[in-house]
Design a protein around this ligand. Structure first.
Ligand code: KG4
Length: 336
């Protein structure tokens, strides 16, 4: 089954063709980062307009790269939630148009379910059930993946997402946008014990997290050193920050894995590219005996291949949509 997949939930326009859920025939991503960098964050209206400009050409390119004609497509899958509402709407309307014109089924895909499915591309032997740590610019959640289409959140952030925290701190340091990658690189070789930063615990909710205190503490540290005219040891600060994020995420993921007893842990989303988090999870799984599945770096960030992959399983479960499909800024992953 050949699925044309469309993704436009934030600042990447993407189209891909995926065969039978696991084989990526093509994957095209057009990043808008340059456009948003001058503002230090994504400007929703600009994102929507740029998606409109790029989406049609990208879909044509995805077909061309896959070596397929329109007639060889069997369905169209699209991210319909969560995301910037105007941005998601562009993808949903485009996918509706293509599906309607070609007489194909339309498959709505939850963006975070897509991130989880990126692991199926990197690991052909991975099958549910497993626990997945989902960490991106908008999401931080530990998900119980009971089957390809049945999942629920075991724990997650009460406030900021981990990726957002990376981005805000990097912006104040002036090291680039989005900030996760630059912070990760800066942290290499830094002393992670130099700046002790807070790791919050949510009382009564063992698997929940909070990153707003870490963000505030980090920004205060940066501003205080600037006001006092003291140079911050940047690699040490970035390493200390990365450690604090990882110390929030990794023990809770391990606790969730223990609770479910699946023996399999996966990671998903842009922040899953973080070298500290990957290394800490590897060390923790070596201790616990859980099998760890890390997506290849190219499938961590937003892409449409992951949407085509999850779309295949949604289709198999009978989850198709009518022409009245709507886009949602937020949506529980359990609802699909
Ligand atoms: O999954 P993604 O591309 O978009 C969303 O769905 O949000 O994730 C983007 C996030 C950004 O916050 C970015 O700073 C972060 O992923 N990120 C990283 C790394 N690479 C990207 N965070 C930490 N370390 C990285 N190496």
């Amino acid at each position: 089954m050949n699925i044309l997949a469309i993704e436009s939930s934030c600042d990447d326009t993407a189209a891909a063709v995926v065969r039978d859920g696991r084989t990526v025939l093509s994957s095209c991503v057009s990043s808008q980062i340059e456009m948003h960098t001058v503002y230090g964050g994504v400007v929703p209206e600009i994102a929507s307009r740029k998606h409109v400009e790029a989406i049609s050409g990208l879909a044509e390119k995805a077909l061309e790269d896959a070596g397929l004609s329109k007639n060889e497509l069997d369905a169209v899958a699209v991210t319909y939630a969560p995301g910037l509402i105007g941005a998601v709407l562009v993808g949903v309307n485009f996918a509706k148009g293509v599906a309607m014109a070609l007489g194909l089924p339309l498959i709505p895909v939850h963006h975070v379910r897509g991130h989880i499915a990126a692991n199926y591309i990197s690991h052909p032997d991975l099958e549910p059930p497993f626990v997945c740590l989902c960490v991106s610019g908008g999401t931080t959640a530990i998900v119980d993946v009971r089957s390809y289409t049945e999942m629920s959140v075991l724990g997650g952030t009460r406030d900021d997402a981990a990726g957002e925290c990376f981005d805000k701190v990097a912006r104040v340091l002036g090291i680039g946008y989005p900030g996760g990658g630059p912070m990760d690189r800066l942290a290499q070789g830094g002393d992670d014990g130099r700046y002790p930063l807070p790791v919050a615990h949510v009382s009564g909710a063992e698997l929940d997290m909070s990153f707003s205190g870490l963000k505030t503490a980090s920004l205060n540290l940066i501003h205080n050193s600037q006001q006092k005219g003291e140079a911050l040891d940047l690699p040490a600060f970035a390493a200390s920050f990365g450690k604090a994020v990882s110390d929030s995420l990794v023990p809770r993921t391990m606790a969730a894995a223990k609770r479910t007893g699946y023996g399999k842990i996966a990671v998903a989303g842009g922040v899953a590219a973080n070298s500290r988090i990957r290394a800490d999870l590897q060390a923790a799984c070596a201790q616990s005996g859980d099998r760890l599945f890390l997506p290849e770096l190219r499938w961590c960030g937003d892409n449409a291949a992951m949407i085509g992959c999850q779309g295949f399983y949604e289709f198999q479960a009978g989850h198709t949509a009518g022409w009245d499909l709507n886009a949602y800024a937020t949506r529980d992953i359990a609802l699909g």
